[in-house]
Design a protein. Sequence first.
Length: 133
Amino acid sequence: MKKQVIPGCVLFILALAASVGSVSFLGPCVHEDGSVGACHWAGRSLLGTGLLAAMLALLAVLFRMARLGLYLGSFLACVLGILTPGTLISLCKMSTMHCRAVMQPAMTVLFAAAALCALFGAAACIREKKGRA
């Protein structure tokens, strides 16, 4: 049981950190004139993706019967979070801008770690099901 819950707790924390960071200190560029660029929308998309992964992780911790499916769903949400900045939504052109220098690598690392936790949780569910059979 603990082998299935611990990855969910870590996944919840990582996904929540990614969603909060995507609109704060790890977020997109801030323009002095108040305008928003494409990277702003990448940050907003990462907020939603991170909250989705966190919600699925929390549900995986709470509900035992659907745990495998919830872990797999959160894994797919994390893959979407990895692909969003720069691939699905474009970022600023200059490599020295905050979105390219900070947001994209930080979100890649956070969502990749969360995706690994989701895979560990799913593997623990599969091992337990094979042990019961």
